[in-house]
Each structure stands twice: as structure tokens, then as C-alpha cells.
Ligand binder design. Structure first.
Ligand SMILES: [Zn+2]
Ligand SMILES: [Zn+2]
Length: 127
């Protein structure tokens, strides 16, 4: 299985091969601060599963945490983050866009991470 996802302007695209290692909604303060979201809903991939199909990308490393984000130099959208395990973390918003607005069930989060650090309550069936 291979999925191509692109940023809003289309200048940066990534090709995802195989299956994600993890699928989660992360509530940790690091994700909130770094990605500017209340909950970071994303899939994590081995670095070798993610190929850049465009090179109009920039990256920014967190000043003191092992986090990096790669984003489009034109539209600013984050196409993936890199966590301290060197995995690529792809926002589910990008995957949903690639799926015509829906997140494929194979990509849907299976858990909440760091729920104790949450700033919003989420009531669903996920652990
Ligand atoms: Zn773009
Ligand atoms: Zn997090």
C-alpha cells in the first residue's frame, strides 16, 4: 500500500509506503506547543516508509527537545514531524485530505496518548 499526501499548495508531497507503526491522538504538551494544536492526531511511520516527492520543504528543530517539523516553504503546512525515535509523524489532516476528506479506518487513531496532559476532553471508545 502506498499513499501520496500533499500540502495545501501542492509544492511538497510525501509518499507513504506500508503501514504506520502507531496511530494516536496525542495530548502531550510538547505536541501542543510544537504543532500549535490542542490534540495532535497523527500516524507514526518508520523513516524509511516516508519518501519526499518534492523539495520545496524547510524544517525547524525544537530549540531544546528532540523534535523537528518539516513544512512547505510556500504554504507553511507541516507535512511531517520527526520525533525523538526518528519516526516520521504525519498529521491526520493531511491523510484525510488525501482520502477526499475522510480518514481511512486503517489510519484512524487507536488510542489517546498523554491524556493526563489534555486541555480538551475527548469522550470516545478509545483507550
Ligand atoms: Zn505548500
Ligand atoms: Zn505528543
Amino acid at each position: 500500500m502506498s499513499i501520496r499526501v500533499a500540502c495545501l499548495c501542492g509544492n511538497v508531497a510525501i509518499e507513504l509506503g506500508g503501514e504506520p507503526v502507531a496511530r494516536a491522538n496525542c495530548h502531550c504538551s510538547s505536541c501542543r506547543d510544537f504543532y500549535g494544536v490542542t490534540v495532535f492526531s497523527a500516524t507514526a511511520w518508520e523513516a524509511s516508509s516516508v519518501q519526499m516527492a518534492s523539495f520545496d520543504a524547510r524544517s525547524f528543530s525544537h530549540p531544546h527537545k528532540q523534535l523537528k517539523k518539516t513544512f512547505c516553504a510556500t504554504c507553511g503546512e507541516v507535512v511531517f514531524g520527526t520525533n525523538r525515535l526518528c519516526m516520521r509523524v504525519v498529521p491526520n489532516a493531511m491523510l484525510a485530505r488525501a482520502g477526499c476528506g475522510w480518514l481511512d479506518v486503517a489510519m484512524a487513531p487507536t488510542m489517546h496518548l498523554y491524556y493526563r496532559q489534555r486541555v480538551v476532553e475527548v469522550r470516545d471508545e478509545l483507550p
